[in-house]
Write a protein that binds this ligand. Structure first.
Ligand SMILES: Cc1ncc(COP(=O)(O)O)c(C=O)c1O
Length: 449
């Protein structure tokens, strides 16, 4: 008999999480060493009288957490000390810079549409000395400015190094191995990678043109999730914006639960759509993230996180052990930009231009019988017959785009799409629409000759 099996017979929690935690303990106490082979799923299931599905779910949890790895037919092994993260979905999205004449694979803003930083930088002076590493992490004037324009009264507000940093810190603060998390689907690939690394069980909530579907959220809530992540507007990749009516419906479903809601407003001031926030209904349970990357500049690396005190406080306290705060010099730059009329005008112009580009391409595709939904943001979620063949056709014409697969919660389950970002599309819309239409209709067995 496999020597690990007797060690598991004292198990009290017989759920997938319980089995995962028991194996995790055997690993962390050194009873199981790196390189040790685990018994087969079938052997564990037989020995413990559990279903193979439960055991396989625990293996998945441990794998997501980086504690074990499966090497095909050789079996499953305890992993060595943590190395760099395994390549996840995120790395499948962007193409190598310079590969294509026009790269539409990244959701980054058009550098030509960012407000100029030069005049702002020349005015920046920071009179606040750093007196302690425990100083307040937010410049008081910036905090006051953001509170005034927040979609609801935040109990706590802090600044982090971009929305993605905020998501990462919140996942670490809120999600434990085996926890169930809910996310709008399609989902932001790095966020799915973060869930995998946290060892979470992930449930996708489907979307229609008003946002997350209430029926789908309601089914997900039955799994007792700890947190619900959503993008309230200009959803990446679909461009869908949650309506006020939908926000109200979702809030009434969430009212009877205790889960935390995290809203990622990643395009904020250049979204091109009004914001409806669940925080307007459930302020004590919503954490709202506002990024300044696409509007003010990705290199500021700044986002604000405001809302429910408990999760934000956990995140801020944990951060004290690391970098403590985001550069207050950059916070001062942001504050000056928020006050500067020319910067505000440049951001308004950028928002209009992104909307124009998006609408022109959507209309040009509609004229070619390709229906693309959503109404805002930098991305188009284009239905295709075959993702890889569509990407090949685009590449042959000098365009790079992203495969849709990394945006699926469960790999291989989404309908085929590609994501086309419009940051780099300032003209040539008709020519681009011709190529996308050809790419989208290329059949599974390859480009037509
Ligand atoms: C959904 C979503 N969240 C977060 C980010 C990253 O934002 P930031 O640059 O503020 O880290 C992006 C970037 O495109 C995004 O699409």
């Amino acid at each position: 008999m496999d020597p690990t099996l007797p060690l598991l017979t004292t198990l009290t929690d017989r759920s997938a999480t319980g089995v995962a935690l028991a194996i995790g303990r055997l690993i962390s106490t050194g009873t199981l060493a790196p390189g040790d082979k685990l018994p087969s799923i079938r052997a564990v299931a037989d020995e413990l009288g559990l279903s193979p599905t439960t055991v396989s779910e625990s293996w998945r949890i441990l794998q997501g957490h980086g504690a074990i790895e499966t090497e095909g037919r050789r079996g499953t092994f305890v992993r060595g000390p943590r190395q760099g993260a395994a390549p996840g979905r995120y790395w499948q999205v962007p193409v190598d810079p310079g590969t294509f004449a026009t790269d539409l694979s990244t959701g980054t803003p058009d550098p030509q549409l960012l407000p100029p930083l030069g005049p702002i930088l020349s005015q920046v002076t920071l009179d606040l000395p750093v007196t302690s590493y425990l100083d307040a992490p937010v410049l008081p004037e910036l905090g006051a400015n953001l509170r005034m324009s927040w979609p609801f009264e935040p109990e706590l507000l802090t600044i982090v190094d971009g929305a993605q940093d905020g998501l990462d810190r919140l996942v670490q603060a809120l999600v434990n191995v085996g926890d169930c998390v809910v996310v709008n689907e399609p989902a932001f690939p790095p966020l799915l990678d973060m869930f995998d690394q946290a060892g979470a069980r992930v449930i996708g909530v489907s979307m229609d043109d008003e946002g997350c579907c209430p029926e789908s959220l309601s089914a997900a809530l039955a799994e007792d999730p700890v947190v619900f992540f959503l993008q309230p507007r200009a959803h990446n990749p679909t461009g869908i914006t949650m309506t006020k009516r939908r926000a109200k419906q979702l809030a009434s479903l969430l009212e009877t639960t205790t889960l935390t809601v995290v809203e990622d407003d990643h395009s904020a001031d250049v979204s091109g759509a009004d914001l409806a926030s669940l925080g307007q209904f459930l302020p004590e349970r919503v954490v709202h993230i506002r990024s300044f990357s696409k509007s003010h500049g990705p290199d500021l690396r700044l986002a604000a996180v405001g809302g429910a005190a408990a999760p934000i406080d956990t995140m801020v306290r944990r951060r004290r052990l690391g970098p403590s705060w985001s550069s207050r010099l950059l916070q001062q730059v942001l504050l000056n930009m928020l006050h500067d009329p020319e910067t505000c005008a440049a951001i308004d112009r950028a928002q209009d231009e992104y909307l124009r580009r998006r609408r022109s391409l959507v209309e040009a595709l509609a004229a070619r019988d390709i229906a693309v939904g959503g109404d805002a943001g930098l991305n188009l979620w284009v239905p295709v017959i075959d993702e890889q063949n569509a990407l090949v056709v685009l590449a042959a014409n000098g365009f790079g785009a992203s495969p849709g697969e990394p945006f699926s919660v469960a790999q291989g389950t989404g309908s085929p799409h590609i994501r086309v970002s419009i940051g780099a599309v300032d003209d040539g819309i008709d020519e681009l629409a011709d190529v996308i239409a050809r790419a989208a209709t290329t059949p599974r067995n390859g480009p037509r000759s």
